[in-house]
Structure formats: structure tokens, C-alpha cells
Design a protein around this ligand. Structure first.
Ligand code: HAM
Length: 428
């Protein structure tokens, strides 16, 4: 039986048109982020299993991790997220790196998920993190960057950034509801999954954890709080942090899309302070596009060092859905400048020779490599979105010239040899 041409479930082939778009989007993102002084980094796609087992949380490790035993009996995982690799790399040079460390990366990540809109098994994720910036100014900077990358695609009117704080959630769950750490974690997972599983299953989960009607009511009261109303009922360090964060950002355009949302939990276990999620506000794509937060203890996995970090991860799938929904996808149709059309083998040889100085001068040049009818070759040139065709037929070879055809206007001229690059560039 013939093999399937389909890619592995939940992964994508990137054909040239997809690749142009992908590359364009991430180049634009990189420019914006480097504008804020962030430096690029990358790491291996394979990491020791334990790197995720320690901190990423049950859902990723038990349900989503791709892992295997290598030939040396080591348990190896394909990276499901970048933050543990970042922590490992920063920990390995923690003494010499100038603080704060501002790094970004665009790794491909693997999660065994049920493929659906916005969720695949392999995705590319922009990661932007700042480590060693202990103050809320770092959290504020990360939110400014998150806003700016969306603004770079003119999408800022279509988002909301919902912000919460893990210290506040912990305080409500532990101090007000008197939940144990274990039950608090379970309750936060139920809240995180609430939209996905529906009200009935959500309430059932809370009852299973052992929450009383009164506790559930207090929780609901918290979830319906504004920042102001929370201040009178749930005073704690986390709430003070949130209040200061909103104050720091009040004059930045991000403040127009920033909103306190006590329901934002974030799935990963390592967040300790600010957590946020960027939402697409359109009804057809109303879901979290990306998110992040502050993590205080990740570097500590590798020794005695402590270095707090804050950052976010944004997937290419959700970003492209967002840009598509709002008709903000950049037009990145590929093109070439010059396509050589050739009448016989000698003409192919001549075209190959003539092409080199053009390519060296930055003119995108391609050869038909064929001696098929001119019309067939010109069709190929049009398919490739070529601007000019340079035709080398028998006559042209004899007269040591070429015919140049503008493929959008149809205008034809004779080009004398050797090709004058300035003259040619004017025609493109
Ligand atoms: P996360 O919420 O697991 O966080 O993922 C961040 C974003 O990556 C998601 O909001 C989504 O855009 C994208 N994403 C995640 N899983 C998939 C998937 N299966 N298919 C498509 N897109 C996906 C993290 O991974 C944190 N490490 C982010 C972070 C960086 N926090 C601090 N620094």
C-alpha cells in the first residue's frame, strides 16, 4: 500500500506560501522584541524528562508529554514548553549574566493534545522572558511587550489582557476558604477548566474536592469582584501587587486593554505572582491567545540560586487564527525578479552564466532549465510571480542580445549584452 502524504496528526507541513507567512510574522515579532533590548536564545528539542516532572504540572507531564527511553536508557522528553530550558540555561551562567536577563526564543514545542482550533501537537511558541528583574516594573514591561507585538500587526483593538495574581488566589483559597495546598491546587485546576468543562462538571468537581456551599459562594464572590471591591474583602500582598501594576501602567496604551480578572489561573504550576492571559475579543475566536506570568522558584531547581522571572509564551497557531479573523494577515506573496526563458541547451548554459552577476547584485533570479515552448515557460514564470522574463532564443543567441518581457504589462524590449545591471533594476 502507498504511504500517506499527510503529516503526523496534529502537525503541519509548511509549504513555501506557509513558510513565507511564518517567517514574516516571526521576523516582525523579533524586530519589535529586540527593540525592547531582548536577545535571542535557543536550546535543544530534547531534554531530560525530570526537567518537566519537577515543576510544569500534572497535565503536561502525565497527559501531554512526548517522551521515550534513549539507547542509553535515559528518559528523554521532547520539549512541551520553553521555560524550564530557559531556567536551566540561565542557571548555568547565573553568576556572569548581566541582570536583568532579557531573552526571547521561538522554539517548536510538542504536546500530545487532541488537535482542535488553536491547539496542535507541534506548534511554534514565541517566548519572551525577563529574569532578575524583581520589581513589578518587569511585570509591567512584559505586558508592554505583549501589547506592542499585537499592535505591530494593528490588532490592539481586538484584544483584552486579563490579569490576576497567584498570591491573591492563594490567599483567597488558603486564608479565606481554608483549603489545604493540595485542595487549593485542585480547585484552581477546576477553575482553569471551567469554560471548557461547563458549569455542571465544574460544580461537581468542587463538591468532590470537598468544598461546602458557603465556600463555593465565597469563591464566586471573589470571581465576581472588581479590583476595587476585592480591596475591601481580600486584602493581601497579591492584591497590593495588582493595584501597583495597574498604577504603573495607567498612562501606557496597554492600560486600555488591561483588566483585572480573578478567574485567570493559568495551567502551569510554577507561577507565583502576576498571571495574565491575552484574549481575542471577537465572538468567533473568543479564546486565550497567549499568556504568561511570574515564576519565583524555577532557577532553584538547579542549585541554591534564586532568580525570579516573568514572561509569556505565544503560539503561532492562535496568533495566525487571530490575524486571519481580523483580516490582519500580512500580504507576503512570494516573487522573483527575473526568470530566464530558454530556447535550447546553449541558451540554458548562457542563462546560467548571465544569472550569477544578477544574483550577486541582489536580484532574485531563477532559470526555467527547460527548452519547452516559450509559452509554457512564460506560464511557469507567471506562476512564480516573476516580474521580468529574459528570453534567450536562437535569434537572441546569434545576435548576442536578449528579449526582456515585463510580465505584468506585457511590454517587450531588447536587452543588449553584457546586461547593464542598473538598466535592468529600473525595469523590475
Ligand atoms: P502555556 O499557556 O502552556 O504557557 O502556552 C502559551 C501559549 O502557547 C498558549 O496560550 C498558546 O498560544 C500556545 N500553545 C500552547 N499549547 C499549544 C498547542 N498545543 N497548540 C498550539 N498552541 C499552543 C507556557 O508554555 C509558558 N511556558 C509560557 C511562559 C513563558 N510563561 C512564562 N514564560
Amino acid at each position: 500500500m502507498a504511504l500517506s502524504t499527510k503529516p503526523y496528526k496534529g502537525t503541519r507541513d509548511f509549504f513555501p506560501e506557509d513558510m513565507y507567512l511564518h517567517r514574516h510574522i516571526f521576523q516582525r515579532l523579533s524586530e519589535v522584541i529586540e527593540g525592547y533590548g531582548y536577545q535571542p536564545y535557543d536550546g535543544p528539542m530534547l531534554e531530560p524528562f525530570e526537567l518537566y516532572a519537577a515543576k510544569s504540572g500534572q497535565e503536561i507531564v502525565e497527559k501531554q508529554l512526548y517522551w521515550f527511553m534513549d539507547r542509553g536508557e535515559r528518559k528523554v522528553a521532547m520539549r512541551p514548553e520553553m521555560t524550564p530550558t530557559l531556567a536551566r540555561m540561565v542557571a548555568s551562567r547565573v553568576m556572569e549574566l548581566p541582570k536583568p536577563v532579557r531573552w526571547y526564543s521561538i522554539p517548536n514545542l510538542w504536546r500530545y493534545e487532541r488537535p482542535q482550533r488553536g491547539r496542535l501537537r507541534e506548534h511554534w511558541q514565541l517566548n519572551v522572558d525577563i529574569l532578575g528583574g524583581e520589581s513589578l516594573w518587569a511585570d509591567a514591561e512584559i505586558l508592554r511587550v505583549a501589547y506592542s507585538i499585537i499592535a505591530a500587526f494593528e490588532g490592539q483593538k481586538n484584544i483584552k489582557i486579563f490579569v490576576n495574581n497567584r498570591r491573591l488566589i492563594n490567599s483567597v483559597f488558603k486564608d479565606q476558604l481554608k483549603l489545604s495546598a493540595e485542595d487549593a491546587l485542585k480547585a484552581s485546576k477546576a477553575v482553569d477548566a471551567r469554560d471548557k468543562i461547563g458549569e455542571e462538571a465544574y460544580n461537581k468537581q468542587l463538591v468532590e474536592i470537598g468544598l461546602s456551599a458557603e465556600q463555593i459562594a465565597t469563591m464566586e464572590d471573589f470571581f465576581n469582584s472588581s479590583l476595587e471591591s476585592a480591596q475591601s474583602k481580600f486584602q493581601c500582598e497579591g492584591l497590593d501587587e495588582l493595584t501597583s501594576l495597574f498604577k504603573i501602567l495607567e498612562n501606557h496604551p496597554v492600560s486600555q486593554v488591561l483588566e483585572f480578572n480573578p478567574k485567570v489561573m493559568r495551567g502551569l504550576d510554577y507561577y507565583t505572582g502576576t498571571v495574565f492571559e491575552v484574549f481575542d475579543v471577537s465572538p468567533e475566536n473568543n479564546r486565550a491567545m497567549f499568556g504568561g506570568g511570574r515564576y519565583d522558584n524555577l532557577i532553584g531547581m538547579f542549585g541554591n540560586q534564586t532568580l525570579s522571572g516573568v514572561g509569556f509564551g505565544m503560539g503561532d497557531v492562535t496568533l495566525k487564527n487571530f490575524l486571519e479573523t481580523h483580516k490582519l494577515l500580512p500580504d507576503v506573496a512570494s516573487h522573483i525578479d527575473v526568470f530566464f526563458v530558454t530556447g535550447n541547451e546553449d541558451a540554458i548554459a548562457k542563462a546560467a552564466e548571465l544569472a550569477e552577476p544578477l544574483i550577486a547584485a541582489g536580484i532574485k533570479t531563477s532559470l526555467s532549465l527547460s527548452t519547452a515552448k516559450f509559452n509554457a515557460q512564460l506560464k511557469q514564470a507567471n506562476k512564480l510571480n516573476a516580474k521580468l522574463a529574459i528570453i534567450l532564443g536562437e535569434n537572441e543567441l546569434k545576435e548576442n542580445s536578449a528579449t526582456v518581457k515585463n510580465l505584468s504589462t506585457g511590454e517587450q524590449n531588447t536587452l543588449s549584452m553584457p546586461i547593464n545591471l542598473d538598466e535592468l533594476k529600473k525595469m523590475i
